[in-house]
Design a protein. Structure first.
Lengths: 116, 159
C-alpha cells in the first residue's frame, strides 16, 4: 500500500511544482526554492513527519524533504545544546543529498564528456 | 505586465506587447500536470522500492531509510545524466523530473559535466552549484528561521 501512496503523494507534489511552472510562470530555481522553504515550514509545524509515515518515499524523495531534514537536524541539536545547536546541527540529517550530489557530480565530470 | 511598466513604453511597443501576448502559445497546463504526476510519481515509486530494499536488507527504519535512498537515486541520476537520458525525460516530464531530488542531482551533475572543459577547479568546482545554489541557500536560511522560532517557542515559551 505504501507504494501506491508514495506514487500518489510524490506525483501530487510534482503537480504543485508543474502548476508553479505553468500557471505562475516561475523559473525552476524559484519553484524549487519555494518548495524547499515550504518543506521547512511544514516540518516546523510538525506536519511533514506524519506525511513521511504515510507516504514513505513519496515524501522523502521530492525536494521538499530537503527543507524538512534541514529543520530536523537543527532541532535535534537544538534540543541538546540550545540555540547554538540550530546553527551547528543544520546539515546533520541533510548531508546525504548534498554530499551525494557533489561526490557524484565530480565523479560524473571525470567520467563523462560534455555533449554538443 | 503591470500598468505602470506599460506606460513607459512607446505606443508601438505597447501594441507589440498586446500582439505578443495574443500570439504566445498557451501552455497545455492540464496535460503537463498529468505528465508531471505520472513521472514524478514513478520516481517516488522507485525511491520507495529502494528504501524498502534498505529497510529489509540493512535494518534501516522507515525514517532513516530516506538518506541512503536519496544517495542511491542521485547515483542513478549521475548515470542517466551522463548518458544524456535525463534531459530527454525532463523535456517530457517538466516538474515531474525537476521536483524529486533527482532533479537537484541532475542540476548539480549536468553543470559539473558541462564546465569540465574550463578545468576542474575553476570550471567544475565553481560552477557545479550554480543551479542548485538557490535551493541550498534558501533551504538553509528558511530552516534556520523555522528552527530558531520553534526552539524559542518550545524551550523558553514552555509549549
Amino acid at each position: 500500500m505504501i507504494f501506491f501512496w508514495a506514487f500518489v503523494i510524490g506525483g501530487l507534489i510534482c503537480v504543485i511544482g508543474q502548476i508553479m511552472f505553468d500557471v505562475f510562470k516561475l523559473s525552476p530555481a524559484h519553484t524549487l526554492s519555494i518548495l524547499v522553504i515550504a518543506g521547512a515550514i511544514l516540518d516546523g509545524l510538525g506536519w511533514y513527519e506524519p506525511l513521511i509515515d504515510f507516504a514513505g518515499a513519496g515524501a522523502t524523495v521530492p525536494i521538499t524533504s530537503f527543507g524538512n531534514s534541514l529543520v530536523h537536524g537543527a532541532m535535534q541539536e537544538a534540543d541538546k545544546h540550545g540555540l547554538i545547536g540550530v546553527v551547528t546541527g543544520m546539515f546533520e540529517v541533510t548531508s546525504a543529498g548534498i554530499s551525494a550530489a557533489i561526490i557524484f557530480g565530480v565523479i560524473g565530470a571525470m567520467i563523462f564528456k560534455p555533449k554538443g | 505586465m503591470g500598468d505602470k511598466k506599460k506606460q513607459k513604453l512607446q505606443p508601438n511597443q505597447q501594441r507589440y506587447q498586446a500582439f505578443q501576448q495574443k500570439r504566445e502559445t498557451k501552455r497545455p497546463v492540464f496535460k503537463n500536470c498529468i505528465k508531471a504526476f505520472l513521472i514524478g510519481g514513478f520516481i517516488c515509486f522507485i525511491g520507495q522500492l529502494i528504501s524498502t530494499f534498505y529497510i529489509y536488507q540493512f535494518n534501516f527504519t522507515e525514517k532513516t531509510a530516506g538518506n541512503p535512498t536519496i544517495a542511491t537515486l542521485i547515483f542513478i541520476t549521475m548515470l542517466l545524466t551522463g548518458f544524456g537520458v535525463y534531459d530527454r525525460i525532463a523535456q517530457v516530464a517538466g516538474a515531474g523530473s525537476a521536483v524529486p531530488v533527482t532533479g537537484f542531482g541532475n542540476a548539480v551533475i549536468s553543470s559539473a559535466i558541462e564546465y569540465r572543459s574550463e578545468g576542474f577547479i575553476l570550471g567544475v568546482g565553481s560552477n557545479m552549484l550554480k543551479l542548485a545554489g538557490p535551493v541550498i541557500v534558501y533551504g538553509v536560511f528558511s530552516a534556520f528561521v523555522v528552527a530558531i522560532i520553534k526552539t524559542i517557542l518550545t524551550q523558553w515559551g514552555g509549549f
